[in-house]
Design a protein. Structure first.
Ligand code: DP6
Length: 338
């Protein structure tokens, strides 16, 4: 006897960043964040989950390598999932004593700051929710795996409301606008390095919250930025959208540097990309491209479709690709979990 289910989940790229928690185990953030979900054609995680009475233990393989399942994150995610299926009486009762096998693969570098944990945990939560036949929003289940994962549960532009309740029930993701709202918006990912990052986001944000005084200022400022960003997206005002995206990325990396000991994710190449984007925008007399960086050196560029060709040629001129040019992923911020 065995039940299986295979799902894929997309990556999302934040334009107003999540950095810092108000509750560690529940993965509750200090501020709300906004992202766009990418098309699943380029970057995605694919996960197969299987449940069977003949499995002796819960086991998990990531890109073919067995990983531990006894982490707090995975145990919390599984506990919440099982709890909800009990409440909803969504699956046969004997399943609660059966063990799970999970097999997950990314079609892009893992843990290089390419939001692989977002797609990974979104996919894990989603495929288990399908297997257990859960109903309703499950972004809070994905959130327990990795905060940013909750935003990959929806397509288009997504907000993760920080919520105010202590139990985190209002800390969930919701779609602001569907992918059809701004179809001309494209994303280019410039893979500066596919090496694993040195400080994972979880540890990095802890140091920032404990030691950075700039972070206190950031937390006061983000709510206004969320409003401004929502309105820029609503109006499809690229100039403003780009300004806010770049400023928020810069602020994230500023609070990282203000942490003690300091955390630096960006490299010389990342900074050259920042410089190139500002020079390009200055030449054009308005913002035509926006960069944003997560917890790694890779750049994510937001731009309008008609500018993609010119920007790609500019990038390949200044930064000749060392790998195949498919590494310059282009894609619409579309798609949702399927
Ligand atoms: C810089 O979601 O990876 O990408 O909740 O501790 O797993 P944990 O952190 P994670 O942090 C992502 C941080 C970021 C910004 C963002 O995606 O909003």
């Amino acid at each position: 006897v065995m039940e299986t289910c295979t799902c894929t989940a997309p990556v999302n790229m934040a334009v107003i960043k999540y950095w810092g928690k108000r509750h560690k185990d529940l993965v509750l953030p200090l501020n709300s964040s906004i992202s766009a979900t990418l098309d699943q054609k380029q970057l995605r995680t694919k996960t197969t989950v299987a449940i069977s009475p003949s499995f002796e233990d819960d086991r998990l393989w990531l890109n073919g390598i067995e990983e531990r399942v006894d982490t707090v994150r995975i145990q919390n995610l599984l506990a919440e999932l099982r709890q909800r299926s009990i409440e909803q009486q969504s699956c046969p009762q004997e399943w609660f004593s059966w063990k799970l096998h999970v097999c997950s693969e990314n079609n892009f570098p893992t843990a290089a700051g390419l939001a692989s944990s977002a797609a990974g945990y979104a996919c894990l939560a989603f495929s288990l929710a399908v297997l257990y036949r859960l109903r309703g929003d499950i972004s809070d289940i994905a959130r327990r795996g990795s905060g940013s994962a909750c935003r990959s549960m929806y397509g288009g532009f997504v907000i993760w409301d920080k919520g105010t309740k202590a139990d985190g029930t209002d800390s969930i993701a919701r779609q602001l606008y569907p992918e059809t709202h701004w179809p001309e918006l494209h994303i280019l990912i410039l893979v500066v390095s596919d090496q694993k990052k040195h400080t994972c986001s979880t540890a990095g944000m802890e140091v920032t919250v404990e030691t950075s005084s700039l972070m206190k200022q950031r937390i006061r400022l983000v709510p206004d930025r969320i409003k401004e960003m929502t309105s820029a997206i609503e109006k499809r005002d690229f100039h403003k959208f780009a300004e806010l995206t770049m400023k928020d990325s810069n602020q994230l990396h500023a609070v990282c540097l203000d942490s003690y000991p300091p955390i630096s994710y960006m490299t010389d190449v990342s900074r050259q990309i920042v410089h190139m984007v500002h020079e390009y925008n200055k030449l054009k007399g308005q913002n035509k491209v926006a960069y944003t960086f997560d917890a790694g050196p890779n750049a994510c560029l937001y731009l309008i479709e008609e500018d993609v060709a010119e920007v790609v040629s500019l990038v390949t001129h200044f930064f000749p690709p060392i790998g195949p040019t498919e590494e310059f992923y282009t894609g619409l911020p579309t798609g949702s979990v399927a």
